[in-house]
Design a protein around this ligand. Structure first.
Ligand SMILES: Cc1ncc(COP(=O)(O)O)c(C=O)c1O
Length: 376
């Protein structure tokens, strides 16, 4: 069996021909027709008015937070279980992330933990649609309305997921996406901010482009950033979005195959799916209950590595990482669900082009280990 990567992009002649077209047009920088096409297309797919592209998801989060007026001294509520970029982007503004635990029913921010984290400094809530599963947005938006604060979603991992029939991207004041090489739709590196406020969208286009006044060349009324996506990247992303049905369909098929292959093995758990959610099939994740499975999570990861299968452990709880630990500890809040998931979770290979044979091989490794674990 050849090595099975954790994530590899699905690239076809469509991506190649768009890329060649952008090169032949000479429009390879941060302006060009493919950028407008992505912005119009992604806004439409999300059911929102505006999409502003950016160089990656992290800076898109930074821009989104700036658009909402976040700055030094402010606090933003963030789930403890997410990729570090969510909290880093809050820090870029000078504000502080305040962590809350996730809900064991979704693995996303637990709405029942939010109110206890709100202080006079709280400016907003930043839920993450973790591993493609939407956060419980009605509950979160209700709290935000009650306290007169905004909601910005980190939708990096949740392309085209739906919450109560509504598409992710249209569930909060602002939602932010990543098109990193490991995401469902990708252009290597890329990001987007999705919103309904056209005035704010134009402000964001200005801030991502050095803050230049669109009516006065080289007049910069603010200190801003170069956070632009290139037309070359956008050309690849256009092809990916044109192929969105095919990509999603392939991913749903291998998710189903994993689920069928692994259901019923003692000690293997899956991310629960809420009745109101239709998640994006981003990464197929499992948890290991070592007592029931008989072998530790880390030994399973090692066995996969020995068999040339690339997996990943879940991320560390953000509250435990050096840049955040001290301040988080000082609040005296605990994160039992995050800590449990972080210690027990494994991300399995989840490339769009993974074959049935490869999924069966991976499930076979787990089944063999389960037999060994139970006989040991
Ligand atoms: C939840 C989450 N937020 C933010 C990011 C950052 O996106 P990017 O890598 O495009 O900067 C990622 C992915 O990398 C992510 O998974």
């Amino acid at each position: 069996m050849k090595p099975i990567p954790f994530m590899a992009p699905s690239l076809t002649d469509n991506e190649k021909s768009n890329l060649l077209d952008s090169i032949e047009s000479t429009w390879i920088g941060g302006v060009g027709p493919y950028i407008s096409r992505v912005e119009q297309g992604w806004a439409e797919i999300c059911g929102a008015k505006e999409c502003v592209t950016a160089s990656n998801g992290t800076v898109a989060l930074h821009l989104g937070l700036l658009a909402l007026g976040v700055g030094p001294g402010d606090e933003v509520i963030v789930p403890a279980l997410t990729y570090v970029a969510t909290a880093n982007a809050v820090r870029y503004t000078g504000a502080e992330p305040v962590f809350v635990d996730v809900d064991k029913k979704t693995w996303c921010m637990d709405p029942s933990k939010i109110e206890a984290a709100i202080t006079r400094r709280t400016k907003g809530i930043l839920p993450v649609h973790l591993l493609g599963h939407p956060a419980d947005m009605d509950a979160i938006n209700k709290i935000a309305t009650l306290y007169n604060i905004w909601v910005l979603c980190d939708a990096a991992q949740a392309h085209m997921a739906t919450y109560k029939q509504r598409t992710v991207g249209s569930l909060a004041d602002i939602e932010v996406f990543s098109f990193h090489v490991g995401k469902v739709f990708t252009c290597g590196e890329g990001g987007a901010i999705v919103l309904n406020d056209s005035k704010l969208a134009n402000w964001l286009r200005m801030v991502r482009g050095h803050g230049m006044d669109p009516e006065r060349r080289f007049f910069h009324p603010m200190t801003a950033y170069n956070y632009r996506l290139t037309n070359m990247q956008a050309s690849v992303l256009c092809a990916q979005l044109d192929r969105r049905s095919e990509i999603m369909q392939r991913r749903r098929v291998f998710f189903e195959r994993y689920k069928e292959g692994l259901t019923g093995i003692p000690g293997i758990g899956f991310q629960p799916i809420a009745s109101w959610a239709n998640p994006c099939p981003w990464v197929f994740a499992i948890t290991i209950d070592e007592d029931k499975f008989g072998i530790s999570r880390n030994s399973i990861i090692q066995e996969f590595a020995d068999q040339n299968v690339e997996t990943r452990p879940f991320t560390y709880p953000l509250n435990s990482l050096p840049p955040f630990r001290e301040l988080s500890d000082s609040r005296g809040v605990t994160f039992p669900i995050t800590e449990h998931l972080s210690k027990t979770g494994i991300y399995l290979p989840s490339s769009t082009d993974i074959t049935e044979h490869e999924v069966d091989f991976i499930c076979g490794i787990i089944k063999d280990l389960a037999k060994k674990g139970n006989s040991g």
